[in-house]
Write a protein that binds this ligand. Structure first.
Ligand SMILES: Cc1cc2nc3c(=O)[nH]c(=O)nc-3n(C[C@H](O)[C@H](O)[C@H](O)COP(=O)(O)O)c2cc1C
Length: 171
């Protein structure tokens, strides 16, 4: 299991904050890339906070740190892309989690860049085009609710984040 750099700001205080980060690191989660347009520039980031919210209407929610480069663009967007990553997508996940690699994020030909349609990833377990429905302030993060407009499912084993690395789940 390769470790990743979660690019989170350094902890400044309390042991409890350190302890809580450790707890969160041990929550196994599927991961997704959220993408949108910021004018002519494609933006995106890796999230593990994504969860299905409802089937009718077909909704997800995820949380985005307000300091993330794509935060404001996402809030201003009517649509975004959600790519649920698969076991073969670890490199893609690392690119979208590392601020230092932001310029490499959409370089791969696996990305279909055809504005105003949100950047779409040809890979992973599922690629979903979504409407941004609502945003709730949650302190350091915004909670964003989106609804699926269309989706392409490519069933396969997922990529799972756990303990500061990625697990490839086999079937
Ligand atoms: C496994 C994993 C899960 C993450 N989940 C989230 C998340 O749910 N929300 C978030 O805002 N950042 C999350 N991040 C951090 C962002 O991916 C990272 O800060 C990214 O660099 C932000 O984009 P930026 O560099 O364009 O600001 C996660 C990182 C990792 C490695």
């Amino acid at each position: 299991m390769a470790p990743y750099d979660a690019a989170s700001p350094p902890s400044t205080d309390a042991t409890s904050k350190v302890a809580f980060k450790e707890v969160l690191a041990h929550l196994a989660s599927g991961v997704a890339i959220i993408s949108c347009w910021d004018g002519q520039t494609p933006r995106g980031l890796l999230v593990s906070s994504i969860t299905g919210l409802s089937v009718e209407p077909p909704r997800f929610l995820f949380c985005v740190r307000k300091e993330a480069a794509s935060h404001d663009a996402l809030l201003a967007s009517r649509e975004c892309g959600v790519a649920l990553l698969g076991a073969a997508d670890e490199d893609e996940a690392l690119r979208f989690a590392s601020s230092s690699r932001a310029t490499e994020r959409f370089a791969s030909d696996r990305w279909r860049l055809a504005a105003p349609t949100p950047p779409a990833y040809r890979g992973g377990v599922a690629s979903i085009r979504c409407n941004v429905e609502s945003v709730t302030d949650a302190g350091s993060h915004s909670i964003i609710i989106v609804s699926a407009i269309d989706s392409l499912l490519t069933p396969g084993p997922p990529l799972v984040a756990w303990n500061r690395g990625f697990l490839r789940v086999s079937q």
